[in-house]
Each structure stands twice: as C-alpha cells, then as structure tokens.
Ligand binder design. Structure first.
Ligand code: PLP
Length: 393
C-alpha cells in the first residue's frame, strides 16, 4: 500500500545541519566607516531614517504614489522627460543589463567604447544577449574624441553605441558633446553608463540625445545599494515594441515592467519596498539641494582634494580636463605598498580607500567623494590619516 502524507505529518526532527553553532551568533554589529573608495559611499542619515519603517504592500495606494514621485524625481536628476524612467530592483549591474536586454535582439550590432573595466563588462553582457559586438579601445584613463567615434561609426555601422560617462576604474569623464547627433545621423541608439556620474557630474540626457542610461543608488545619490535608475527614450521604446523576439531576461523586461510602473499597476515582482523609501528620500534630498549646487559641491570638494594631493607631491592619473570630481585615481609612488596603505586606513582609521582595478591594479588608489561624502571636512580627515599612514608603511 502506498503511504500518503497528511498535511500535519512532520518529518523526523533529524536535521543534517543543526543550529547549535549558530546560537552563539550575537546581534549584527557593523563598524562605522568613512567610505572614500569607488562605492558604496556613506548614505545620508535621512535616507537611512526613511528606510527604517515597516514595509507596506507594493500595490498599496501610498506605495503607488511613492513610485510616481520616484519617477518624477529621477527624470529631474537625469534631465529627461522619458516616460520609461524607473528604478530597477538590484544594483547598477542589473540596470546596466536592463539597458542591453531591452535594446538587443540576437544579431544586432553594438559598438562598445572601452577605456576601462566597465566597457569590458558591457561587452560581456551584450554578447550574452546575442549581439554582434565590436569595440574601440583607448588606454585606461583616456577618453574618446568625437572624430574617433565618427570613424568607428562609419566602419562598424552599429545599431547601438555604448559609452561609459564616468569610468570608475580610471576616474575619466567621457565628453558627450555631439555624440547624440552622431548617433542620430547613423540611426543608432546611444547607451550611456552614468553609475559614477549621476548626482555629482553634469548630465543632460535629453539635451545630449541619450537613448538608454543606467545608474546606481550607492554613489552620487547617497543611498545604500539595491535600487538602480534606468531610463529609455521613445526611440529605444520603439525598438523594444518592434522586437521579433522576447526580451531574453524576464526580470528586466521593460515591456512587462511597464505594466507595473505604468497605468496598469499589474504585479510583476515584489518591489524592494524599503529600498524605494530610500531612493525616494535620496532623490528628494538631491532635488532639494538642486542639481547645479550638487555638481558645484562635487567639483569644489574634488579640487580641494587635488590641491592637497599635489602639495603632498602625489600625481593624479587623469589630466584635469577629463578628471571626474566623483572619483580620483592617484598614482601610487614608486616603492610604496599600495595595499598596505588601504589596509592600514581601514584597520586604524576606519576609512575605506579603493585600490586599482584591472589594468590599473597596484598602480593607483581610487578616492571617491560622492553624494553625502563629498565635503571638504572628509578631505581633511582623509588627508590627515593618509599622511600618517604613508609615513608608517
Ligand atoms: N558601471 C560602473 C561605471 C560602475 O562603477 C559600476 C560599479 O561600481 C557598475 C557599472 C556596476 O554597478 P554595481 O556594482 O552597483 O552593480
């Protein structure tokens, strides 16, 4: 006779993994750090306070109103009137992947400009969606000229051109004047990584003709990671609605997400409710400060850092003209153990400084001054600790 399980049948209480060793864990205890690396940066206390509330339902009228506010605030900080502007549930890479998943059909041609680590990530992601990927390269720390972009467009004739506005691995800011017009001339969509620029560096998506962009919450927005701005223009939406194949990523498919973020308010996935509280508050704070004053604050703080570094006899990897105010790469002097410096700063001064990434590994430190952390008092704290550590290693 076949045994049937009744609903109240309990399995034998013989767990192969028990909790005896877990009971000794104490309540979570996080050290207080000043985060001056490539991100995350410290969150604004007002953002943390906003998160510290009970979740509400993600279809609750109060939540739906919050979603509208987030979209409106996001359009302001990005200077875009794109209807399809929303936070993707996940970190910047999720929003990055969303721009590619929604714009690429197998066989589509994409041209990726690589002058650092994140250009390579764009290539990797685009290939996974079946794109025919071509790329142009510049040394890490350099930027592309409009002429170079034109030549590459003539050679490759892509349907999408992808650029990183603020290359976090190098600290270089890619100029964008004329790039949107070039893309229109070639009937191509312009895709832009704004992860390390949003909030801290001038950005005018509509004026610059950007069709697809993504960012993150944990840098210029002074928010923890986990809710990432995404936007697409009507041109990009048209490509999406004319697709022959389904978007090859269910979670990030904007044609599905549009029904939740648009009028339908149809369930797609459970929104990370408390992260929405956080990003709403972070964006509100930025709107309250005003974009221009935030950009000026970032520039002034960065220049103060650069002056201090120069006084110490240190040099920056990127020429001033293209240097990001949000992220500075500092050359590690001959004979100095860069890793020992970052380790000592964390252990003895509770300060995070970034090491080099990819090709710049072991060659530079990365100093992030983003969002809430972009203040001269943080530069003073950093320089004091940095000088002390350099004298000890
Ligand atoms: N693009 C750039 C330029 C970045 O700096 C980062 C992360 O720092 C990403 C993409 C990926 O974002 P995340 O690490 O939040 O997934």
């Amino acid at each position: 006779m076949t045994a049937t399980l009744s609903s109240n049948t309990r399995p034998n209480a013989s767990f192969n993994i028990d909790n005896s060793h877990l009971k000794s864990l104490t309540r979570i205890d996080i050290p207080s750090r000043l985060l001056l690396g490539p991100g995350p940066s410290n969150a604004d206390p007002a953002v943390l306070e906003a998160m510290d509330r009970q979740p509400i339902g993600h279809l609750d009228p109060a939540y739906l109103a919050l979603m509208d506010e987030v979209q409106e605030l996001m359009r302001y900080v990005w200077q875009t009137s794109n209807r399809m502007t929303l936070p993707v549930s996940g970190t910047g890479s999720a929003a990055m992947e969303a721009t590619l998943a929604n714009s690429i059909e197998p066989g589509d041609k994409i041209l990726v400009c690589i002058n650092g680590y994140f250009g390579h990530r764009l290539v990797d992601m685009a290939e996974r969606y079946g794109a025919e990927v071509s790329s142009i390269k510049r040394d890490w720390g350099e930027v592309f000229t409009l002429d170079e972009l034109r030549k590459a467009m003539e050679t490759h004739r892509p349907q999408i051109l992808a650029l990183v506005h603020a290359e976090t691995s190098t600290g270089a800011r890619q100029p964008l004047e004329g790039v949107g017009d070039l893309c229109r001339e070639f009937d191509c969509l312009l895709l832009l990584d704004t992860v390390t620029s949003l909030g801290g560096v001038p950005l005018f998506l509509d004026k610059w003709g950007v069709d697809l962009a993504y960012s993150c919450s944990q840098k210029g927005l002074s928010c923890p990671p986990g809710s990432s701005p995404f936007t697409m223009s009507d041109r990009a939406l048209e490509k999406l609605s004319n697709r022959k194949s389904k978007v090859a990523n269910w979670y990030l498919d904007m044609s599905l997400l549009a029904n939740y973020w648009g009028k339908g308010r149809t369930y797609h996935h459970t929104a990370p409710v408390n992260m929405t509280y956080a990003i709403r508050e972070a964006l509100r704070l930025l709107a309250d400060e005003g974009l221009e004053s935030s950009w000026n604050r970032h520039q002034a703080t960065a220049e103060y850092l650069w002056d201090n570094l120069e006084e110490m006899g240190l040099s920056c990897h990127v020429p001033k003209e293209y240097r990001l105010p949000t992220l500075t790469t500092v050359r590690i002097p001959e004979g100095v153990d860069g890793k020992a410096v970052t380790t000592k700063l964390v252990q003895e001064h509770n300060m995070e400084l970034g090491g080099g990434l990819g090709e710049l590994g072991g060659k530079v430190w990365r100093v992030g001054l983003m969002g809430y952390n972009s203040r001269k008092e943080n530069v003073d704290k950093f320089i004091k600790a940095f000088k002390q550590v350099l004298s000890e290693v």
